[in-house]
Design a protein around this ligand. Sequence first.
Ligand code: FUB
Length: 334
Amino acid sequence: MRHSVAQPNTPLVTGIYTADPSAHVFDGKIYVYPSHDLGNDKEDDGSGDHFWMEDYHVFSLESLDAEAVDEGEVLHVKDVPWASEQMWAPDAATKNGTYYFYFPAKDKDGIFRIGVAVGDSPAGPFTPEPDYMAGTFTIDPAVFVDDDGRAYLYVGGLWGGQLEKWQTGEFVDAPGLSAGEDGPQGDEPALLPYAAELNEDMVSLAEPLRTIEIRDENGEPLKASDTDRRFFEGSWVHKFNGKYYFSYSTGDTHYLVYAEGETPLGPFTYKGRILEPVLGWTTHHSIVEIDGTWCLFYHDSELSGGKTQLRNIKYTPLEIAEDGTITTVTPAVQ
Ligand code: FUB
């Protein structure tokens, strides 16, 4: 497998297509947990069916200018008893020397759920739990472990991520409607991501998933029509100078943005834009401090010449002011 020496704003991995990078420092080493894009020829109809993934590879880097080493396949859909397809954006966390790999996939009924797989090493392999995490739905799991050891799971995605289908608390399919038409419109409050604290075991929810509030500068919920700022997918949480920052993708307007809060579960107030649109439809990220440098890991479609379903992960240093304000990054390739 080919891999590259890491440089800012340059594909970290060139031998396979990768997306949705969740980066962490575990045991003094950088680990990146991305999706593995295989792609297919389906039209982009808003359902996300053109994002085709069957397995996960983990990449490790000794430093930000070292080679990204492919640690190999760490989990495959065929080894997950409850999953049928679409192993989308994952994340990982650790507690007491054990590593937990969180991933979404469609269950046998075509409903996105969140699974967890467990291993002894950050490089995997990971053994999946026999069933998905009870009470989970939708996509893009991100796990934040606070300084006190308490861990929180964040999930959610519009359109192909199925959030619109959970508005009643039950899964209600709305065939015939195209992307976004079955969600709130205009001045109605936008749909929100969900989160819950995890149990000490890291493989189950300590409470039902609940929505995370994202407010505007007047304390009002962001509106459905506010597509430059409302949540679409790709949750991430980082802590900076005692405050919590919930960041996400705005999807069809292609920004990465962030909101600030006093607790891990919010409420959060919209604060600004992290990344301008990249080449390709999606953008999805993680934010992590590495040896004193805050970094944004993200993806674009540079290697495939702009094919949205064939993406590559990158990183760029982030400038964060003392008050938590992030300087907006304009990608080198747009
Ligand atoms: O990679 C598949 C989906 O595309 C992810 O789950 C979304 O966040 C978007 O990047």
